[in-house]
Design a protein around this ligand. Structure first.
Ligand code: UDP
Length: 319
């Protein structure tokens, strides 16, 4: 297939490009390099099965030649208000890429009668009141809260995707991605895994927001990509959660990172840094992915974090 990937220079998008090329597809990669970076895809430059176009997909998308599938992954995704790459500092762009960008990407898919896959998020569940989160849980989301620019953009994107499926009979898929980590994350991405790995490698105390009792479930990038590829090849139109069901508190995550890096600086608590409506617990119910895709994550947290830490050593110039 000839596959259009938006957000192709991002953390997940670039791993996706690698996998699609490995499977002998051709890739047309779009990115505006706002939160993504060219170094994530520079190893693909010059291949005749890979075309990169610098473009902001919130504007009309033109792709020369045929397109068999559109994978819409463009969006800021970090909730950290201090990170220049987080959606709190890019609120309008985040809303635009989730709404106008999704509309444009769906338009390309429709014009080519191509299949479409939307990268959605566990954020559609907001600060969930059901646990673990199943796909039919409708969420607990504040439409005007600090995370709303991302949550509501993705909820709109899902609605738009289903509208194209129902009214235009487009062959669509929706993946709800839970916390994912791995090489090529930015060291200054601002999310817990990235902050902790960076701080530990620099011998600093790890900054725990709140009391660290809040939980997340961390999925290694290779597992996620496997699930996305299976979904692309499957005939499944309802949303699918992809994530690792092992739930870990932020406090425990910090201890694991300090152990793996032999960081002696410990942890430091910042109660006031926990943003309002920060989810207290998050864990995917992946029953649907197991049943419909035969997918289950295989990489355990310690192994995956070791890969991330190695990558961060290089990014920080420590080796
Ligand atoms: N967090 C933290 N220290 C940091 C960064 C994040 O304790 O340096 C907390 C954050 O407040 C949240 C959790 O870790 O409760 C997960 O946040 P993250 O930014 O990784 O992404 P989210 O899962 O909220 O999208």
């Amino acid at each position: 297939m000839r596959i259009l990937v938006t957000g192709a220079a991002g953390f997940i998008g670039s791993h996706l490009c690698d996998r699609l090329l490995q499977e002998n597809h051709q890739v047309v990669a779009l990115d505006n390099i706002k939160t993504g970076r060219l170094s994530n895809i520079e190893h693909l430059a010059g291949r005749d099965d890979f075309l990169f176009i610098k473009h902001d997909v919130s504007n009309f998308i033109f792709v020369p030649g045929k397109v068999d599938a559109v994978l819409h992954f463009a969006s800021p995704a970090s909730p950290n208000p201090k990170s220049p790459y987080g959606f709190p500092q890019l609120p309008i762009q985040t809303l635009k890429v989730g709404s106008l960008g999704t509309h444009n990407a769906l338009g390309v898919a429709r014009a080519h009668q191509a299949r479409f896959l939307l990268a959605s998020t566990s954020e559609v569940y907001g600060d969930p009141q059901e646990h673990p989160q199943q796909e039919d849980y409708c969420g607990h989301v504040d439409p005007v809260g600090p995370r709303s620019v991302y949550d509501e953009a993705k909820r709109f994107a899902e609605a738009m995707t289903m509208a194209y499926h129902r009214y235009h009979h487009l062959d669509t898929r929706i993946v709800r991605i839970f916390n994912t980590y791995g090489p090529r994350m930015r060291v200054d991405d601002g999310r817990a895994v990235a902050n902790f790995a960076r701080q530990a490698l620099l011998g600093e105390p790890l900054t725990i927001h709140g009391d660290g009792s809040q939980t997340r479930s961390f999925c290694y990038i290779d597992d996620l990509i496997e699930g996305i590829y299976r979904l692309l090849m499957a005939d499944v139109h309802q949303p699918i959660n992809l994530g690792n069901p092992r739930e870990t508190s932020i406090y425990d995550l910090a201890q694991i990172v300090n152990r793996l890096t032999q960081n002696k600086a410990g942890t430091k608590f910042f109660p006031e840094e926990r943003v309002p409506t920060d989810p207290q617990r998050r864990r995917p119910d992946i029953g649907r992915a197991i049943e419909l895709l035969g997918w289950y994550p295989k990489v355990d947290l310690e192994t995956g974090l070791a890969h991330l830490i190695e990558d961060f050593r290089v990014q920080l110039g420590l080796c």
